[in-house]
Design a protein around this ligand. Structure first.
Ligand code: NAD
Length: 365
């Protein structure tokens, strides 16, 4: 594999980190700092090959650029991977070695939790670097991001119903939620409170059973949830669930959920549209978590963070309107809005403003 060809399409920087005594092997991809410091989680995962790790980290960093830009944040997109099994390879020394390297990047990359890393890990990393978010509230952190992610998804479902059915209300609407982990379970509570009829599924039968017992929702076979007749299908488990195999089975009006990279391929956005299904672009829908952690830069305040997450409903409404105006899919419209911010705003830095550089008066000669 050529790392440079992986970076084609605009990834600014890829940094390889190696600390043999701790076994740390990490890769940081800084996809874009056009709008601000790159922000994205650290995935601790036993990648099969180094090529897989490189391809993944660049792809994930690119998605963060678009997510932050579409969410209206002054943040860029980045991501990191630590190659290894978090259950056996994670030690305090390794995490601190990693934190030390993040610090050397001087703030061009700000990390957070992701698959295989936790809030407790971020607290350890915080001992070595300022450039980490998602630490414990006692350290000034914003806590578990999935609460705000779920709230954002709920608001996105409202915006999608408004677009597809002319009415944002959830009352009496039927929603099928695939995956009731951290985000899905919070989402189900919002939906029920809003009067929706909810059906759930999870490959972890115990998790689905617990939620079903606690909230009185139906739990069904994970292989069948995407084919459930409903107003909204909400993928909140894995990526790649919308593709050639599943699209013909869908019996919903809207696809709107938390999972990253829901479409197997971008052209599946057109396939959904052709079937009369409104697809709410995943990275617009699930931005609540990143909006929440980005608030840590200003000193985290829960009320302000919640208000920022609430902008998702309007943002998605504008995406749908742009899609209608331009005759494109909502995914193409969202990409266009993100690209316009990334291309347009950095231009303003060409105008000098106080704080850009020190004014030094020289003595007249
Ligand atoms: P999680 O691991 O807590 O929950 C995922 C759940 O999905 C688990 O309960 C798992 O058993 C279940 N699952 C896995 N495969 C399934 C399948 N085929 N059918 C049904 N259930 C299945 O993860 P999470 O934090 O709730 O995140 C859910 C999704 O949202 C992920 O794709 C994640 O990348 C994305 N996301 C999460 C956040 C966040 O703040 N946590 C933010 C943005 C995006």
């Amino acid at each position: 594999m050529s790392v440079f060809s992986e970076m084609d399409g605009g990834c600014e920087e890829v940094v390889f980190v190696h600390d043999p005594p701790t076994g740390l092997r990490a890769i940081v991809a800084i996809h874009s700092t056009a709008l601000g410091p790159s922000l994205g989680g650290t995935r601790f995962f036993p990648f099969r090959t180094e090529d897989d790790a490189i391809a993944d980290v660049v792809r994930l960093a690119r998605a963060m650029t678009f997510k932050a830009a579409a969410a209206g944040l002054d943040q860029g997109g980045g991501k990191a991977v630590i190659i290894g099994d978090p259950r056996t390879d994670k030690t305090e020394e390794l995490l601190r070695a990693y934190g030390r390297f993040v610090e050397t990047l001087g703030g061009r990359y700000v990390t957070a939790e992701d698959i295989g890393t936790s809030q407790a890990d971020m607290d350890v990393i915080r001992t070595e670097t300022r450039f980490v978010t998602g630490v414990s509230p006692s350290l000034g952190g914003s806590g578990d991001p999935s609460v705000m992610t779920a709230y954002g998804v709920f608001l996105a479902i409202r915006a999608s119903l408004e677009e597809a059915m002319g009415e944002a209300s959830l009352a009496g609407r039927r929603v099928a939620v695939q995956g009731v982990g951290k985000v899905g379970s919070h989402l189900v509570k919002h939906l029920i409170d809003a009067g929706a009829k909810v059906v759930v599924s999870d490959v972890d039968e115990a998790a689905a059973g617990r939620l079903s017992a606690a909230l009185g929702v139906d739990a069904i076979d994970p292989d069948k949830i995407h084919a459930e007749e409903c107003d909204v299908f909400s993928p909140c488990a894995m990526g790649g669930v919308i593709g050639d195999r599943t699209i013909p089975d869908l019996r919903c009006r809207v696809v709107c959920g938390a999972a990253n990279n829901q479409l197997e391929r971008p052209e599946h956005a057109q396939a959904l549209a052709a079937q009369g299904i409104l697809y709410a672009p995943d990275y617009v829908v699930n931005a609540g978590g990143v909006i929440n952690i980005s608030e840590e830069a200003r000193g985290y305040e829960a009320d302000r963070a919640k208000a920022s997450v609430e902008r998702i409903e309007g943002t998605l409404g504008r995406v749908f309107a742009a899609a209608r105006d331009r005759g494109v899919t909502p995914l193409e419209a969202a990409d266009g809005i993100a690209r316009a911010r990334i291309a347009g705003l950095p231009r303003l830095r060409g105008y000098w403003a106080p704080g850009d550089a020190t004014f030094v008066r020289s003595e007249p000669r």
